[in-house]
Design a protein around this ligand. Structure first.
Ligand SMILES: Nc1ncnc2c1ncn2[C@@H]1O[C@H](COP(=O)(O)OP(=O)(O)OP(=O)(O)O)[C@@H](O)[C@H]1O
Length: 741
């Protein structure tokens, strides 16, 4: 009881309190399983065993049916071999211990000895077959499960990705594939242990009915000790790992380039180092506590096993003395009890592990189901071949909003990006600290479960953060900061209903023209183009392509027509060539198309300056990688959109990172694209650049407030004219001369 209280009370170091205002907590999906694992009784685990085994089998059959059959047959064969071997031992002992001379006894025992040798050989061959087939199966199972995971995740609506609950499931389920792989090994060992236990128990029962209870008595202590330590470790994980993570966060900050200048100029290094030491010491204390408890449990188990062994041998002796058991049978019983005890021990541990893995595979299956429900619908009406206009009719759209955090969890934060993503790479998953064949001695081998940062699709960026959420954990490229740096989250007060991002908007986008969307920050411009691109569907109202409602249209065909340079377009960690050609990854990658797109975006100089031209890897954190400036990236982004050759080009803040000359040039290029018949939907705050637009829509607080040509809007003297003159004044206003003296 004392021990439980000790483990569940988090020790928050003074450093943690100072730096994070309390315990630093990441919101990680697998946390959900802490309680499930700790509260489940061993009996309940046994009840669930058939379900878990059949789920493993299903996965195995899906991945490689032949290998699955080999494993099953080999394990069953090994069990039979063990029973036959025990019976042969009994036979051999019986012949050796009774009879006239030693030579005749040896001769009589010879057939049984030959059987033993043959059975050992067969068992060894079967084991080899099982090891080989399991080794083949495991990676295939993981691949099949991962592919399904990635495929489904990539195919859900953007709204699902931005939905906190779905994202949490996505996070939890990321461990499922690895768990599915582990389940194969555990299932094999469980099946093997069950069969050999049944063989030993069967033989013992045949030999003498009193032997079976002795087997159980001898095994229980070590199984109890192993289980207790595993649970204690798991429970402790939830107590101290968060603190260890806080320490790792500090060590990450001390080495990351972004923090380096301030660490040096402001002398933050010693300050952080001091707190790093203090946090590490807290984690060390927890490790010491665990080791102390493990040693104590090990001792208790050893004493219990010793007593049980003594009782076993005393019973065997008594049976021998009473003449109710032959010496040969007693000898066989000792061997069978030892084998059976080892099998039972393995069984307890492996079922434990299997259960834990099954929880994560369960998440994966839940994700598959949820992702299927939220998948982008396939099929739909075709869009008109050459539409004249797209019309927004009374369109209203609100972003789904998260519930405010529960009381007392104000320090609970997500790793970078505002959404829960992955735990930092250096922190093992509890099941990652896996025990392989743990015994009461406390010996174990550990394996660290890789986190999403190591997996394809790592660091998914979602573009914008939910209303009122401010993400601070991104590097300038929008990628999650290294080490899963937590983002401070601030939220809307509880109960406040957010304003719709778009509120009853009715407007027309004439195709083949340049249309500018203008308005202050947060007025709904980006939201409008995301609806146009089919990334969201309106809550109310319709988006009509010459009368065809986009909500009923084939979404894939709609996307085919759109090329988009978003504000935070993806900077793929690939070569420059791929960064452009990824605009239309289904098209053959031709040099001519690449060169044309690069020229259309005015990105020739950017490519010419790269050390290996188009083959330069654009990711500084890899060897040979190169980093571009914001403006250079922006040009490549436009080249990517040009490469796509969509009929509607959406450009969101294309010149934000450009100098004055480059800005002019980019607008020229964009105008030229429109000259080729492409529709350009341009979002910009630089109103001087809007002069060439055919039509300007002005948004304010999600509502359309003005529409017209730039000249019409200027002469109207409304919001546009006001914003325009504000900007113009910045250039003409005289800077007050400094006061003399
Ligand atoms: N993914 C999102 N989840 C929740 N709310 C969002 C999301 N994206 C935008 N919003 C909110 O919707 C409103 C409109 O945002 P939007 O990005 O469309 O404005 P904008 O006019 O493009 O702004 P800016 O000029 O700053 O780019 C804002 O209140 C914003 O906070």
């Amino acid at each position: 009881m004392r021990e439980k209280r000790e483990a569940s009370e988090p020790v928050v170091s003074a450093s943690e309190r100072l730096l994070f205002g309390g315990p630093l907590r990441y919101d990680m999906g697998w946390n959900q399983h802490a309680d499930a694992f700790l509260t489940l009784s061993f009996r309940a685990m046994l009840t669930r065993l058939p379900g878990m085994l059949s789920s493993s089998l299903r996965l195995a059959r899906q991945a490689d049916a032949r290998a699955a059959r080999v494993v099953l047959a080999a394990e069953a064969g090994r069990g039979v071999a063990q029973a036959v071997s025990l019976l042969a031992v009994n036979n051999a002992l019986g012949r050796l211990l009774t009879g006239p001379g030693i030579e005749q006894r040896l001769r009589a025992a010879a057939p049984a000895l030959v059987v033993m040798a043959a059975v050992s050989l067969v068992a060894a061959l079967l084991r080899a077959a099982s090891v080989y087939a399991t080794g083949r199966l495991e990676p295939k199972v993981e691949r099949v499960a991962t592919e399904l995971y990635l495929e489904r995740a990539a195919n859900v609506e953007l709204a699902a990705i931005e939905d906190h609950a779905f994202h949490k499931l996505l996070d939890t389920a990321q461990y499922g594939a690895r768990s599915a792989r582990h389940m194969i090994g555990y299932s094999t060992r469980v099946i093997n242990a069950m069969i050999s236990l049944a063989a030993a128990a069967g033989v013992l029962t045949v030999l003498h009915p009193a032997l079976l209870p002795l087997l159980v008595t001898m095994t229980l202590p070590s199984a109890w000790s192993a289980l207790t330590n595993a649970r204690r470790r798991y429970e402790s994980f939830h107590t101290w790992v968060q603190h260890a993570r806080a320490g790792q966060l500090i060590s990450g900050l001390l080495t990351e380039p972004a923090a380096a200048p301030e660490i040096r100029v402001h002398g933050v290094g010693p300050f952080l180092l001091r707190h790093f030491r203090s946090m590490s010491e807290t984690a060390e204390a927890e490790q010491a506590r665990l080791s102390r408890l493990a040693a104590r449990t090990g001792l208790i188990a050893a004493a219990w096993t010793g007593l049980a062994t003594l009782a076993t041998y005393a019973t065997l002796g008594a049976l021998l003395l009473a003449g109710t058991m032959a010496l040969a049978v007693a000898g066989t019983a000792v061997i069978a009890i030892r084998t059976g005890a080892a099998s039972l021990d393995t069984l307890v541990l492996e079922i434990n592990q299997l259960h834990e893995e099954a929880l994560f595979v369960g998440d994966l299956q839940r994700l598959y189901a949820a992702a299927a429900e939220r998948a982008i619908p396939a099929g739909g009406e075709p869009l008109p071949e050459d539409p004249k206009e797209i019309r927004f009719e009374n369109v209203t759209f609100s972003y789904p909003h998260d519930e405010p955090p529960a009381e007392g969890h104000q320090a609970e934060q997500h790793p970078a990006g505002g959404h829960a993503t992955a735990p930092p790479a250096t922190v093992p998953h509890p099941a990652g600290e896996r025990t392989t064949g743990e015994r009461a001695t406390g010996e174990r081998t550990t394996e660290v479960r890789p986190t999403r940062e190591h997996q394809p699709g790592a660091g998914r960026g979602t573009g914008k953060e939910p209303a009122g959420v401010e993400a601070t954990g991104k590097d300038p490229s929008g990628r999650p900061a290294a080490g899963g740096r937590p983002a401070a989250t601030t939220r809307r007060p509880a109960g406040a209903t957010p304003r719709p991002a778009l509120d009853d908007v009715t407007l027309t986008l004439p195709l083949g023209r340049i249309i500018a969307l203008v308005g202050e920050n947060g007025s709904g411009k980006t939201t409008l183009v995301k609806l146009l691109a089919g990334l969201y569907t309106p809550d109310r109202g319709r988006i009509l392509w010459d009368g065809v409602d986009a909500a009923r249209a084939d979404r894939r065909l709609l996307a085919e027509r759109i090329a988009m340079v978003a504000q935070d377009f993806k900077r793929w960690p690939f070569t420059a060539r791929v960064n452009v050609a990824v605009g239309r990854s289904t098209a053959p990658m031709t040099e001519e198309r690449l060169a044309t797109s690069i020229a259309e975006a005015g990105a020739e100089d950017v490519v010419a300056d790269l050390p290996r031209g188009l083959d330069t890897l654009l990711a500084r954190n890899f060897s040979g990688g190169h980093e571009l400036s914001g403006g250079q990236w922006q040009r490549l982004g436009i080249a990517r959109a040009a490469y796509r050759r969509g009929s509607i080009l959406i450009v969101d803040e294309p010149t934000a990172a450009l100098d004055a000359r480059a800005e002019l040039e980019v607008f020229e290029k964009i105008r030229a694209l429109a000259g080729g018949g492409q529709t350009v939907v341009l979002i910009t705050h630089r109103l001087a650049s809007v002069r060439h637009a055919d039509l300007v829509h002005v948004l304010e607080h999600g509502r359309l407030v003005e529409s017209g040509t730039p000249d019409e809007l200027l002469s109207r003297g409304g919001v546009y004219a006001e914003l325009y003159s504000l900007q113009a004044r910045q250039f003409t206003a005289r800077v007050p001369a400094p006061e003399p003296g």
